[in-house]
Design a protein around this ligand. Structure first.
Ligand SMILES: [Zn+2]
Ligand SMILES: [Zn+2]
Length: 340
């Protein structure tokens, strides 16, 4: 079958291609008709630096199963599904020791000929999570919501924790209600003043908003004030974020840095203040069933997170918007168009 798929190559090249996918997927895989796919910060990282060769992209996917390969009898044609970027194998030593989040042998769909910014894609059945009761646009937020859950769980928030979230992007904003429900007595969300719209949403979600345009090092009134810091800011900001922690505090951080990603901080200060720096790298991308429940319950208010819904033909325009108009852009969801 003929499929339209967006391809990218760093730096900043994007084009739509027409290619062939098999009508019947291979053993253990399913053919998905994509209904919605969100643009993620990591897509921009791929466009800026990581995608050395032309590749398909898009991983925040909601769609419908259109065909199943052999060995996928538990799935049915017509089922609505969201996708885990990678699951876990269930058989390796880590999985068998109960550490599925560390599995490195998981089936995944990276490297496929067509990914989420396509009208169809073929994925391992193990990546597929059925859902109902949400629009595809909202359902595709389950993947970033799972990432946000991972950041919150990694921070190990306790009853009464004072929590600071740096970066009011979709992941940071979704973390606000999750942190509050994890027991935080206070959530402060830090963003730049040009992120007015995002900070307004942060406030609606229950955070106290603090605008910081310069370095956090200069904002001594914030130093030592938080038990937990959750950050999606550029990794080069980690030493500044450490200053916000109180004794025994924990940082949970997410994100790939661009350029030189070496960071330096005072190890003695880190040591005597008993700090912890934890990476929330949500791969395997798990927690999707719970993320769907949070979206359905409105605890993660997907409608506030989505700023734009655009067509696949507009993918180049959408990338431009995401990169250059941070003031008005939050989550852009791409919908393929169908001539049916
Ligand atoms: Zn993502
Ligand atoms: Zn495993």
């Amino acid at each position: 079958m003929k499929v339209t798929s967006a391809y990218i190559k760093a730096p900043w090249q994007c084009e739509l291609r027409t290619l062939e996918l098999p009508e019947i997927p291979p053993h253990g895989e399913v053919l998905i008709r994509v209904e919605a796919c969100g643009i993620c910060g990591s897509d921009l990282f791929a466009l800026e630096e990581k995608a050395k060769d032309w590749q398909a992209f898009g991983h925040e996917v909601a769609g419908v199963i259109e065909q199943v390969g052999s060995g996928c009898e538990q799935l049915t044609i017509g089922q609505k599904v969201v996708l885990e970027t990678s699951g876990f194998c269930g058989r390796c030593e880590l999985c068998r020791n109960g550490r599925v989040e560390l599995c490195r042998k998981a089936p995944h769909f990276w490297g496929g000929a067509a990914l989420g910014f396509s009208d169809h894609m073929i994925v391992p059945a193990a990546c597929v999570v059925p859902y109902e009761g949400l629009s595809p646009e909202l359902a595709c937020l389950a993947e970033p919501a799972g990432v946000s859950m991972d950041m919150v769980l990694t921070a190990d928030i306790k009853l009464g924790s004072k929590v600071c979230i740096i970066g009011p992007g979709p992941i940071g904003l979704m973390a606000i209600p999750l942190a509050l429900r994890s027991g935080a007595i206070e959530v402060v969300c830090i963003g730049r003043s040009h992120n007015e719209k995002r900070l307004e949403i942060a406030s609606q979600l229950g955070a106290n908003v603090v605008k910081v345009d310069g370095s956090l090092s200069e904002r001594i009134e914030l130093h030592g004030k938080f038990d937990r810091v959750l950050t999606t800011a550029p990794v080069q900001k980690l030493p500044e974020a450490l200053q916000l922690l109180d004794f025994g505090g924990i940082i949970s951080y997410i994100g790939f840095g661009v350029g030189d990603t070496t960071v330096a901080f005072d190890a003695n200060d880190f040591h005597v203040r008993k700090l912890q720096l934890r990476s929330s790298y949500a791969s395997p991308g798990i927690y999707l069933p719970q993320a769907l429940e949070f979206l359905k319950a409105g605890i993660i208010p997907g409608d506030k997170i989505i700023s734009h819904i655009m067509e696949l033909e507009q993918i180049g325009e959408a990338i431009n918007l995401y990169q250059n108009e941070k003031e008005t852009t939050l989550k852009i969801v791409i919908r393929p168009t169908f001539s049916e």
